[in-house]
Design a protein around this ligand. Structure first.
Ligand code: ATP
Ligand code: MG
Length: 423
């Protein structure tokens, strides 16, 4: 992608009406634009990140047999009354139609999916079943000052599992924990699995908490990794020694990026979701639900991965693999083109800063602000057929030939990089 053609561009100053780091940096770097408080538009760079996060989540959910669906955002009021949440869900957007009908604007989807599941889950042979979606949610949040961390409109992955027994639900709950661990590792987010209240859903739940001053939660945890509780429920004092000898427990501010609940029969009972077991007896279906904030994860990544120059994306979620800064002059133009084509052919995503009017200084500053993990420089000074390679989070750079750049990124066994050619 040529930067000169990209829709959206960097701006010098942070927007005055944003206070959060994520909203300031994502706006300045050309990833998002605010529509109204708590609602954002995603520009090409921003959508690339959202899609990368979504695809990682999708891959990990598919690995544990999740089937992807897409449920309605405009929801039946009667089902919200049936579950008792039409009046008790604080942040529910209620939408009045001009034709004297009211709808819920979906903040979550138990009220849609449980009645729908009734049509297909009849006998023990129909269980277990695992369904998820990645979809826009709406919540009438009281405060929306945290950028994409707390939106009134935001993207969430919500997953629902249906089981014959409580035991099966609990087994699957552990599988989901392992899947969440994979997701957050791939996102480059150190998310701490934390025991928390289950609210009106269940006796307890588990939250995935990322340490940041921008967060609204607080956990008490062992830095050795064997204990973490939300301070809303924890009775353990800060400074207590960890049982395994890891040292004192710490209290820190965090943002919740995911939350999983063993629902048991809470919604099955509300909607009469039953199945016939192998003796022909009717039983309530056991359920679990598992949320993960896609756009919130994006915001959390920015909150924990930036410096005074801009964002530093973890490799798997970066909008491009490489930011190629081309210091324009007539001679180096064909080299830049060659590097771009070779890398692109090898499946490496390159953002090519080909702007004629921008100075080298502006291009370097923008590369740091946008935060793609690897920067390449092609110029007369670097030399014909050579590129300067520098990681966003390092200061040292290296000069290498194009084939060695391919080796640097090679994920395969048969491209034109030095390693593959030697094989
Ligand atoms: P919070 O406690 O932060 O308000 P929640 O417990 O109400 O969130 P859930 O209903 O469990 O959230 O939603 C699942 C996930 O969706 C959360 O873990 C979070 O990552 C994300 N999420 C929830 N509310 C928002 C929001 N307003 N903006 C962005 N993401 C959100
Ligand atoms: Mg929560």
């Amino acid at each position: 992608m040529r930067y000169s053609k990209l829709f959206g561009r960097t701006v010098k100053d942070a927007p005055k009406d944003e206070t959060s780091v994520n909203a300031k940096l994502l706006t300045q770097a050309g990833f998002i634009r605010k529509e109204v408080a708590g609602v954002y538009n995603f520009l090409p760079l921003g959508l690339r990140v959202v899609n990368k996060i979504s695809n990682i989540v999708r891959e990990e959910m598919n690995k544990i047999s999740g089937q992807e669906i897409l449920l309605s955002a405009l929801q039946n009021k009667e089902n919200w009354q049936k579950s008792g949440r039409w009046n008790s869900f604080d942040a529910l957007f209620k939408l009045a139609s001009q034709f004297e009908k009211e709808y819920a604007l979906g903040p979550t989807h138990e009220e849609v999916l449980v009645p729908l599941a009734q049509e297909f889950i009849l006998s023990y042979k129909d269980l277990p079943v695992y369904l998820y979606q990645i979809q826009t949610k709406f919540r009438d949040e009281a405060r929306a000052k945290s950028g994409v961390l707390r939106g009134r409109e935001f993207l969430m992955k919500d997953f629902y599992s249906f089981h014959k027994t409580e035991e099966d639900m609990n087994d699957y709950y552990e599988k989901m924990k392992a899947a969440y661990k994979n997701v957050f590792e791939r996102l480059g987010l150190a998310a701490i699995e934390t025991k928390a209240s289950g609210g009106t859903f269940s006796e307890f739940s588990h939250e995935y908490q990322v340490i940041t001053e921008a967060g609204e939660d607080e956990i008490i945890y062992c830095p050795g990794g064997d204990f973490s509780e939300n301070t809303e429920i924890s009775k353990v004092p800060e400074g207590k020694q960890c049982d395994l000898g890891h040292g004192p427990l710490r209290k820190v501010k965090t943002i919740e990026v995911g939350n999983i609940f063993p629902l048991s029969d809470k919604f099955s009972k509300a909607f009469g979701l039953k199945f016939k077991d192998n003796k022909g007896e009717e039983k309530y279906v056991m359920m679990g639900c598992y949320g993960l904030g896609i756009t919130r994860a994006m915001g959390a990544i920015v909150e924990v991965n930036h410096d005074d120059k801009g964002i530093i994306w973890p490799a798997e979620v970066a909008p491009f693999d490489v930011h190629m800064v081309h210091i324009e002059d007539a001679e180096s133009e064909p080299w830049a083109k060659e590097v771009y084509e070779k890398l692109t052919e090898a499946g490496i995503e390159v953002l090519w800063d080909d702007r004629e009017a921008a100075t080298a200084g502006q291009k370097f500053a923008d590369a740091d602000l946008i935060g793609i993990p690897v920067r390449l420089v092609v110029s007369k000074k670097v030399g014909k057929g050579k590129v300067e390679v520098k990681k966003r989070n390092e200061t040292e750079s290296k000069i290498m030939g194009v084939k060695d750049v391919l080796t640097y990124f090679c994920k395969c066994d048969d491209c034109e990089c030095t390693d593959c050619l030697e094989k």
